[in-house]
Design a protein around this ligand. Sequence first.
Ligand code: XIL
Length: 381
Amino acid sequence: MDRITRRDMLAGATGAAVAGIAAPLAAAPSPESLDAIARTRGMRFGSAVNWSAPGADAGSFANPAYARLVEAECGLIVAENEMKWQRLRPTPTAFAFERFDAILGWAERHALAVRGHNLLWHQPKWFPQWLNDYDFGARPRVEAERLLTTHIQTVLGRYGTRIGSYDVVNEAVRPADGVLYDTALSRATGGPEPTLDLAFHTARTAAPHAQLVYNDYMSWEPGNAAHRAGVLRLLEGFRRRGTPVDALGIQSHLVTQGPDIGATVGRQQGEWRHFLDAVTQMGYALLVTELDVRDNGLPADIAMRDQGVADYTRAYLDLTLSYRSLRDVLCWGLCDRYSWIEGFEPRRDGARRRPTLYDDRFRPKPMRAAVAAAFAGASMR
Ligand code: XIL
């Protein structure tokens, strides 16, 4: 693993090339960190972080190179996987808190705030197998409600005010038609709406201090219209029923559409504004929770690709950050080396994906400068 320094990390933001090895990173965030720039506008910057064995080559707090990067740039973090049912709930009666506890402990030692992701990823695909196969017995509704409320009360009771914001429900809307997913829980409870409502009510009671978020990946690219419409219907329903939901988490797994970024943005911005207007007019705050970019339709050439990704990110953030209820921007990982995108959707030409702010060798990319510029250009909140 290459040794990285704060000067190396910040070189991309200023355009100054830093050769050789400078002093090691200090623990305190640099005044020029993305979080520091965000804070001048009343905002925060953060990233997802993973768990691993100490020293593993992973996007983990236990990998010193990655931890230094996160500590240098971020004011808050989110566990990429360790709060999900698949990790936290090995069996119907057990909780496995050790890995999430380790991430939280590290974050607190470095004065990083922590978001909770997530309390209910409402798709069978993301349930633990035991939950998909669960026998709810003679009174299925009572048992399903007990399972769900016990889960949320246990997690929130354990972490108390150490976590200030939760993705209570994640991805409940089918992108193809905007209809809500059914799961073993919703079938037992009497439908998806009562299940999601129960999750939010339980969270509000168990953690009255916390921001409660509905989080999803409806985006501004073509093909997302049904997904956006479904999310709007869900958010309208929450308001109608008095479900306590404070904010919409916009995952922001962006996808470039070709080399002409200006034309792409021109085509997409109207509908995106329309969507964000509708969400905010219902009184929801916004967050960007999982920003990264799939560099589709861009040439393999690295300089051209990175510039396209940066320009696309800048245009997206300029528009999205113009909504002043939006205070937090989190990336889904900070370093290409560990991004989930390569495994999720590799490039057709076989070139390695470059979805994040730092390259495989921890060098800042134009996307890092684009995020910094978007924060610097954002209005005060
Ligand atoms: C992804 C993780 O990055 C992967 O490591 C894991 O295998 C699957 O989940 N939307 C979400 C995140 O809400 O939880 C997902 O994270 C990415 C898409």
